[in-house]
Design a protein around this ligand. Structure first.
Ligand code: GLA
Length: 744
């Protein structure tokens, strides 16, 4: 088994976790076929076919990626593109799977290296193939030097999503430096009317869906921030201009990497659109010693012939079926418990009696997991001090965490805790003892963000410290959940302790150590779950999702703003991972007042949490919340594991938005509808459901808001999808929700 991009050595226990994940995924992969007569490789799954050929120049060429072909279709031997002139010869215009920078190449390369003698020419030729179980491995080698590249491919049988990575091996007998590396190139069929969708954002405003036409030139989606970031998210979708939510061909992909990354979308001189991605090439260098190998992150890519909505559902299925952590022996990740978090109620003012009072109130609502946020450790009374000192603050918790944890357990809830392990405040014991542990350039200023510096997790001693404090915390306390935060981006990314030629390895080694710590903690404490938070949604990607059960999409908890934030999130990521708290109103974000019911319905579109100050709630608030928490428990499997249909998008300042989730067994559908503000007596648009069985009968039941008076109690799937449902929604910031239960 090859373990990708994890630091070596990993403990045996951590490897076991990966073995379990790999075993779970192994059952669902599609087989590759090699046709020796034409030197072509083919894989088919779901509605997708992918084909690779070896051309007369011994290059690996994408032959086809798109809607599934007939088994009777055979491709001729690959033939390179002739190019157009001396200015644009064949190398650049042939749609290669993986291309080194060398020879005549002007498109974005997949690999660029510098050898110690100054030579920077790398021309990779196909060598051999290996089909091992459900994976295809294709080997390339430089024309003269002992540089080997092995491309690994695996296609998920249920979704047709292909997972790719590349392994670079140095057998030259001397080190060389990788200056740019990608998992491979996705070649989109030649076309001139393509549109690119991607995600942008910033703190408290993550997950905006952007659309732009693809013309000649290049668009780079990236993070230079050291981690995933929210300025762009490592996801893309490319479609013909007319494609929309429900129809049209869509090619989409996501990079599984939580360090600085880049995805380039390039239309070359012959209007071929190609996409590649990997660690960000900006300020990048990775010196590969002789005998060493470098494995890229996974780049996942899929195809939908039925619009962008199906592209998202495929991503969701891949994540739920194969990627997210799951208990050993279980096919699916655990359902998310209803959670309470104290942050917005108390901020840093946490103490034993205050947390117990909140826990009692939370338990009375049916909350299943109580999470204490920031402020419980070191001298952490504000964001100016304490990060790095992961021992319990004795003034706030004189008897340690045990009395609070015991109390939470006695209320039938699990206990969770906030940590931010990669950071340090200059005002902390840790920094006073180890000022050299942070990212820095010798003699230069150390820029702070939220009064904190970045620990250099690439350093073995820092990695050991971080693992040690977390392992101790989890060993000494009965903790079921960590909210793992990360509240700034990098600056001055120096690593003075290693030779200058190795200092830029920080970008990769930091991220690998982050994953390594997560993997080892999970292996040693298998029942502990983890949330990836980064001041909101700044570290959400398919890399971290292999180790974390849920993510925090945004610090913006305004239930109306959240509709757009959550909508954008679902383009790439499953609602099952999307933690969404009900917080107080008016919100700190917009001073907007929203009803408790509206706030609940917005949060119920994901994994439900409550983050309000329960000390301020009225008995009526408790009654409303209790009923909606109970309702959520009866629909959460549908929301978290079902198929999501974005029926009406909140994008482009829409007055309305509607989502529907259909359970895996098709027995339940849940619909949420929101109205910004009605005008001039216009009725709410009719809702046409999707994903139901035409002839099956379904009973409709509202649990918030009102259906139109003429709505039948039961009707066929065909009725609900074609005739549709009318709601009585009028006013400002109104919401309604209903279920459909199939009558078997
Ligand atoms: C970040 C998180 C918040 C909260 C604070 C605590 O901003 O996103 O949810 O945990 O840190 O300092």
């Amino acid at each position: 088994m090859t373990v990708k991009y994890l630091p070596r050595p990993l403990s045996a226990a951590a490897l076991l976790v990966f073995a379990a994940v790999q075993a779970a995924t192994a059952q669902t992969a599609a087989p590759f076929h090699f046709d020796a007569a034409t030197n072509t490789f083919r894989v088919d799954a779901a509605d997708t076919t992918y084909m690779i050929g070896v051309n007369e120049n011994h290059q690996l060429q994408t032959l086809y990626w798109g809607k599934r072909l007939s088994a009777k279709d055979h491709f001729a031997r690959a033939k390179s593109s002739p190019g157009t002139s001396a200015f644009d010869p064949s190398e650049g215009s042939t749609p290669q799977e993986f291309v080194g920078w060398g020879g005549v190449l002007y498109v974005e390369p997949d690999l660029k290296v510098t050898f110690p003698d100054g030579n920077r020419d790398l021309v990779l030729k196909y060598q051999s193939e290996r089909i091992e179980g459900d994976q295809l491995f294709l080997s390339l080698k430089d024309v003269s030097r002992e540089v080997y590249v092995t491309l690994a491919y695996r296609m998920d049988a249920e979704t047709g999503i292909l997972r790719r990575s590349a392994e670079i091996e140095n057998r030259t007998g001397a080190p060389f430096t990788i200056e740019q590396v990608s998992a491979g190139t996705w070649n989109i069929p030649r076309g001139t009317d393509y549109k690119l969708r991607y995600l942008t954002g910033r703190w408290a405003a993550e997950w905006n869906v952007q659309e732009q036409e693809i013309h000649g030139g290049k668009t780079t989606l990236e993070s230079r921030r050291g981690s995933t970031g929210s300025q762009n998210n490592p996801w893309f979708a490319i479609s013909h201009a007319e494609a929309n939510e429900t129809s049209g061909d869509v090619w989409f992909g996501a990079l599984g990497w939580s360090g600085s990354w880049q995805i380039t979308v390039e239309q070359d001189t012959l209007q071929q659109v190609r996409v590649n991605g990997g660690p960000n090439a900006f300020d990048f260098a990775y010196r590969l010693q002789k005998g060493e190998r470098f494995t890229t992150p996974y780049f996942y890519g899929g195809f939908s012939s039925t619009g962008i909505g199906e592209a998202s559902r495929k991503m969701h299925r891949l994540e739920v079926n194969t990627l997210l952590p799951r208990p050993s022996g279980s096919a699916l990740p655990k359902l998310r418990p209803v959670l309470y978090n104290s942050w917005e109620a108390t901020e840093f003012k946490v103490d034993e009696p205050g947390q117990i009072a909140l826990a009692e109130k939370a338990a009375s609502l049916g909350v299943e997991r109580f999470v204490m946020d920031d402020g419980w450790f070191g001298q952490r009374n504000s964001d100016h001090a304490g990060l790095g000192d992961w021992y319990v603050n004795k003034q706030k918790f004189p008897h340690g965490l045990k009395p609070l944890i015991d109390k939470v357990h006695s209320l039938n809830m699990e206990f969770g805790l906030w940590v931010e392990p990669e950071m340090v405040n200059p005002d902390s014991d840790l920094y006073r003892a180890h000022p050299d542990w942070v990212l820095n350039f010798t003699g230069r200023p150390r820029s702070e963000g939220r009064n904190q510096l970045m620990l250099n997790l690439a350093r073995p001693d820092v990695r050991a410290y971080v693992y040690g404090v977390l392992d101790k915390l989890l060993s000494e306390n009965d903790i079921a959940f960590l909210k793992w935060d990360y509240n700034r981006n990098w600056s001055e990314p120096g690593w003075p302790a290693v030779p200058p030629e190795d200092q830029k390895k920080v970008y990769v080694d930091f991220t690998r150590n982050f994953y390594g710590i997560l993997a080892e903690l999970r292996a040693k404490h298998p029942s502990v779950e983890i949330e990836s938070c980064s001041g909101g949604g700044s570290r959400v990607d398919l890399g971290v999702m292999q180790f974390t059960d849920e993510v925090w999409p945004s610090d913006n908890t305004d239930a109306f703003d959240r509709l757009s934030i959550q909508n954008g999130f679902t383009y790439a990521y499953t609602p099952g991972t999307m933690m969404a708290w009900v917080t107080d109103s008016p919100t700190w974000v917009n001073q907007r007042t929203l009803s408790l019911e509206y706030r609940f319905l917005s949060s119920m579109q994901g994994s439900l949490g409550i983050g309000a100050n329960l000390n301020h709630w009225t008995p009526t608030d408790f009654d409303t919340a209790r009923a909606l928490v109970a309702q959520y428990k009866s629909i959460r499997e549908t929301i978290q594991r079902g198929a999501l249909y974005r029926l009406v998008s909140p994008e482009h300042q829409s007055e309305e938005s509607v989502t529907e989730s259909v359970s895996r067994d098709g027995k339940q559908a849940v619909t949420f509808a929101f109205l910004h503000s009605s005008t001039e007596l216009y009725p709410y648009p009719r809702i046409h459901l999707r994903g139901l069985e035409s002839d099956a009968m379904y009973a409709i039941k509202p649990f918030a808001g009102k259906l139109a008076a003429d709505t039948p109690l039961t009707a066929s799937g065909s009725y609900w999808m074609n005739r549709g449902v009318d709601l009585q929604l009028r006013g400002d910031f109104q919401a309604a929700a209903f279920t459909l239960e199939r009558l078997d």
